[in-house]
Write a protein that binds this ligand. Structure first.
Ligand code: OGA
Ligand code: ZN
Length: 377
């Protein structure tokens, strides 16, 4: 069946669904709208009249053919159109996007199951980089082993999945005890569970922490899957959850020469499907909260309850990071911290940096398309 309506047409798909497509959308996505070499759209929908409607439309076998009033002909493969159909009016964006994968929640006992990748193998085998980025999409965390004891090694690892993203901590940063620390991380104190750098306008995406030396007593690494926690939080405290997904909370980082501020939601939702995609959480970088009284009264119970749930041992994965390992995690999804270590008990040095999540997703799409799962290179 094919029916031309006022602003769009209706047609039956192979699965029997009746699908609707707007005329401007159809014209905008004619196969001739794209530049063959750059794959960018070179067609300008703004030039069309206000009442665009096909002169004729017909379906032959698996193709919809439209002739437009200016004489241009467009042909659409019905299987391709079916990908953009919204069944029962439900929202489904990201059609055909390999990087839209189901997040796999994990809990305190996850350490033995963290996906591990040997750095020399990653360098040699791009299919393993596809598996590594898939682990980052699914679980938000992976462990690199056999890392060289060099700055270059960390940079090379980052460049397998994207470009190093600078932040107010620099291009890379070194976590070790300093005489005059600008940051709690550079002391031997415990670091509360946090996500890094919410005062950035866009908090960094994928975080690398490369352990170069860890001979200190204490200083265990702490990681929590904030998506697991936020799911439980949503079920138990829906009103608190709604507040923390909408209220923009101020964060701030200051030194003698920096004053970086941004407002972020505590719980971040995935724009594609509304699921929890991450959080912004850092008590040491939270600015003075500046909400009106009634919002303040609602905020603190929600914030405190969520922070307490993050600390619940049920979710807290705790382990020792060893020299030669690099933990790589989604800094929005995975909350991290460390226990205090004994000053003077031994050297401890982690070198860190970031790559944004979109770079990683792009790498995943390209590599997974090239190296489908389960197939050898
Ligand atoms: C940091 C941090 C973890 C550690 O520097 O932000 O979380 O184990 N460090 O020192
Ligand atoms: Zn941190």
């Amino acid at each position: 069946m094919l029916a031309l309506e006022e602003r769009g047409l209706r047609l039956s798909l192979a699965n029997g669904d009746l699908a609707y497509f707007n005329y401007y959308w159809l014209r905008d996505n004619c196969t001739s709208a794209w530049d063959e070499s750059t794959q960018e759209r070179i067609y300008d929908i703004l030039e069309e009249p206000d009442d665009l409607k096909p002169k004729t439309a017909q379906i032959d076998a698996s193709t919809l053919t439209i002739e437009w009033p200016d004489g241009h002909q467009s042909r659409y493969d019905l299987a391709w159109l079916a990908r953009w159909h919204y069944p029962n009016g439900q929202v489904c964006m990201g059609h055909g996007d390999l990087a839209q994968r189901k997040r796999q929640p994990w809990y305190a006992d996850h350490y033995s199951q963290i996906k591990r990748f040997s750095f020399p193998e990653l360098i040699e085998q791009p299919a393993q980089v596809a598996d590594w980025t898939e682990a980052l999409l699914d679980e938000g965390i992976a462990l690199l082993t056999e890392m060289p004891n060099s700055n270059e090694g960390l940079q090379q690892a980052c460049e397998l999945i994207g470009v190093v993203r600078s932040s107010f901590s620099g291009y890379t940063f070194d976590v070790r005890t300093e005489a005059n620390p600008v940051n709690l991380a550079y002391t031997n104190k415990a670091l509360e569970l946090h996500t890094d750098l919410p005062p950035e306008e866009l908090a960094p995406g994928i975080q690398f922490l490369h352990c170069r030396v860890n001979d200190a007593i204490g200083g265990e690494s702490l990681f929590v899957d904030a998506c697991s926690v936020a799911q439980a939080f949503k079920a138990q405290y829906p009103d608190y959850f709604n507040l923390l997904t909408t209220l923009k909370v101020p964060f701030r980082y200051t030194t003698n020469f920096q004053d970086v501020r941004a407002r972020q939601v505590i719980i971040e939702l995935d724009p594609y499907n509304g699921e929890v995609s991450g959080i912004h959480f850092s008590q040491h970088l939270a600015d003075v909260f500046d909400f009106p009284p009634e919002v303040m009264d609602a905020f603190y119970p929600a914030f405190r309850k969520f922070g307490q749930m993050l600390q619940d041992p049920k979710y807290l994965m705790r382990f020792r990071l060893n020299a030669g390992e690099c933990i790589v995690f989604d800094n929005h999804r995975v909350v991290h911290g460390r226990s205090a270590f004994v000053a003077g008990s031994g050297a401890r040095h982690l070198r860190g940096c970031y790559v944004d999540r979109n770079e990683m997703r792009s790498t995943y799409r390209v590599l997974r398309a090239k190296y489908p799962k389960g197939e050898a290179e």
